[in-house]
Design a protein around this ligand. Structure first.
Ligand code: ATP
Ligand code: MG
Length: 339
């Protein structure tokens, strides 16, 4: 059964910014569903519409069986929300933070007490209930944040970039808690991320989003195998912009005609060459490029990643965008498309 269903969901902000541009997707009960996309892709805007915090400009969605526009209060009581910015009050204890949320959902005292005991156990914060949140480590604070989304026993929890800014070790701990929530409590998770590994390792299914549109949806392995074969990354090494762009054009021209090359794609500093089999293709590529007098400084071979999926559809990589603001090219592409 689906717990989220959208129909051409759209949000246009002032200045004709189409933050979310007619998206259709479905989240099934019990899964961890991820929205993977770079900064400014429209992830938070989507979450906020589904949470009924902002209304859609057009289109519609059903969350936990309720219409987000017509039945917002039913939606709200069915869901939990862990916002992108930490919602913990540092000057209160863990227990006080959770109690406040409990009151917000109109739970009675006994229920709050019981839920706090259960949730603190789930996120391994037992013994820290009455310590000030400001004395918690970053990872503990994030766990408290997750806990706050669970106080009213929702069947669906939205998490907006639950691990952004955390170190890799803390990140994989948080993944464990998220997995536990689905396994032990049967909660469905909708999360957003711009971390490829998070989408790949944590999510059962992923929708890749860019510039307000869903590019493709599937399980991480379906998405990766849709690329097929191996990726050979070629780099001209150091050199100015012109030398690099010449390298890209010449190499693409030479390799695109070869039967063993599926596709080539410039990815910032490197040229990604998609082949059926890197073992046989690599020596052939080196020979062909040497004959044409094209110098390759570094060559690396990888299996297709979700970044290759992103690259295939958008011509850019997520990895290179991490932490960057929306680029001017993105703004130009967005306004070009809106014409
Ligand atoms: N209130 C607003 N008014 C105008 N434009 C907005 C508003 N909120 C978001 N936007 C724009 O909508 C687009 C999508 O923003 P959104 O916050 O949904 O992206 P995101 O995918 O969550 O990005 P990030 O990874 O940086 O959190 C961006 O271009 C952003 O500048
Ligand atoms: Mg966001």
């Amino acid at each position: 059964m689906s717990i989220i269903e959208t129909d051409k969901l759209t949000k246009v902000f002032k200045g004709d910014v189409r933050a979310v541009d007619g998206i259709d997707f479905e989240v099934k009960e019990g899964e961890i569903f991820g929205f993977l996309g770079p900064n400014g892709a429209g992830k938070t805007t989507t979450i906020k519409m589904l949470n009924t915090l902002i209304p859609p400009t057009s289109g519609s969605a059903k969350v936990a069986g309720y219409d987000i526009v017509k039945q917002p209060s039913d939606v709200r009581t069915s869901i939990g929300y862990v916002a992108q910015d930490v919602g913990v009050d540092e000057h209160s204890t863990g227990r006080e933070n959770l109690t406040l949320y409990g009151h917000f959902y109109r739970l009675d005292k006994a229920t709050i007490k019981q839920r706090i005991a259960e949730i603190f156990k789930l996120v391994d914060l037992e013994g820290y209930e009455d310590k000030m949140a400001k004395t918690y480590s970053g990872g503990m604070r994030k766990r408290l944040d997750l806990a706050m989304g669970l106080i009213h026993n929702p069947k669906l929890v939205f998490m907006d970039e639950p691990t952004t800014g955390l170190d890799p070790q803390t990140r994989s701990k948080i993944w464990e808690y998220i997995r536990k929530m689905t396994k032990e409590l049967g909660i469905t998770i909708f999360l957003t991320t711009h971390y490829l590994e998070e989408a790949d390792q944590l999510c059962n299914r992923v929708a890749i989003i860019d510039l307000g549109k869903i590019i493709t949806t599937g399980t991480p392995s379906e998405l990766k195998s849709s690329i097929g074969g191996d990726v050979i990354n070629l780099s001209p090494g150091k050199g100015d912009e012109e030398a690099r762009s010449q390298f890209m054009t010449n190499t693409q021209k030479v390799l695109e005609g070869e039967s063993f090359v599926q596709r080539t794609q410039p990815a910032e500093e490197e040229l990604a060459v998609y082949v059926d089999n890197a073992k046989t293709a690599t020596p052939a590529i080196m020979r062909i490029l040497a004959e044409k007098g094209i110098d390759v400084e570094t060559l690396s071979i990888s299996r297709p990643s979700l970044d290759d999926v992103f690259l295939k559809y958008t011509g850019k990589t997520i990895r290179h965008q991490e932490g960057k603001e929306t680029s001017f090219t993105d703004i130009a592409r967005r306004s070009e498309r809106n014409k």
